[in-house]
Design a protein around this ligand. Structure first.
Ligand code: SF4
Length: 272
């Protein structure tokens, strides 16, 4: 995205009362100067800022300290460092430790996002994070995009509600989506597409995001009761991962129409 456009969008988001922006998707630190300019702007408007990075830049402590210092001086609120066996095929895992150590030393809030397929293969990766006393949060792999081709271990669990925070996501094309993980994927229904900022204001698209009753249900009661109301059996629902269940429900015109009908007829049926 062109920097002038990005600056204008941050300003517009501030007017629309957006409270936080996460710079992500690809590797934002490839564009360090642009990123610093945008973080400064977030700081000016009182917007919480986060950068998601693979830590490629943290090869040595002095290098990592320089980058972390520059991000902090610009006003960055938090660094999220991605870690997984797929990321670490390209970036040394020592970079993750070095990046985290710089954050700790210089006082920047950080955490490691541990992307995992929950298999035994990932156990040594998690052990590495524990051995290095890193603050991390596991994040189950979403089998979208390039991960679609990977083998999927069976899902084990009880009966999760499958709630989702749904963070709105803006692409460089200016298409805005109601979630960051499925974006352009729900092509049959366009359920998650809020619109394009060439034709709409940030406030308009946020308004759509905040008032959509189905998004509200996904955030509050979760996908599981919605699936159940469409006739899916409990034993079938538990075989789905969250985003795949979401796709099953909302990338089908038939299911979407049925859910809208149920919502109109009986808006409180999912609350207990
Ligand atoms: S559950 Fe649906 S809305 Fe939430 S991240 Fe997955 S695809 Fe997006």
């Amino acid at each position: 995205m062109d920097l002038t456009k990005a600056r204008a969008l941050v300003a517009e988001m501030a007017t629309a009362d957006v409270k936080g922006i996460s710079f992500t998707a690809g590797e934002p630190l490839l564009y360090l100067n642009d990123l610093i300019a945008l973080i400064r702007l977030c700081k000016k408007y009182g917007i919480y800022s986060r950068v998601v990075t693979n830590g490629f830049w943290a090869k040595t402590r002095p290098q990592a300290n320089d980058i972390v210092s520059a991000l902090m001086a610009a006003g960055l609120s938090q660094l999220r460092i991605s870690f997984s066996r797929w990321h670490q095929a390209h970036v040394s895992r020592e970079n993750i430790v070095t990046a985290a150590a710089s954050c700790q030393k210089l006082g920047l809030d950080y955490f490691v996002s541990f992307v995992t397929d929950l298999s035994e293969t990932d156990a040594p990766y998690e052990q590495f994070l524990q051995d290095n006393h890193l603050k991390y949060f596991p994040e189950p792999l979403i089998y979208f995009g390039r991960a679609q081709k990977l083998n999927r271990p069976e899902v084990f669990g009880d009966y999760p509600s499958n709630q989702c925070a749904m963070n709105p996501y803006l692409e460089p094309t200016l298409d805005m989506f109601a979630c960051c993980d499925a974006g352009s994927r729900f092509t049959e229904t366009g359920f998650l597409h809020l619109g394009n900022l060439s034709n709409h204001s940030v406030a308009t698209l946020y308004g759509k995001y905040e008032t959509n009753p189905l998004y509200y249900l996904i955030k509050t009661v979760g996908l599981t009761p919605l699936a159940s109301s469409l006739g899916m059996k409990t034993g079938e629902i538990v075989t789905y991962r969250k985003c795949e269940l979401c796709e099953e429900l909302f990338n089908s015109t038939k299911n979407l129409d049925r859910l809208k009908q149920l919502l109109n007829k009986e808006p409180t049926r999912w609350h207990r």
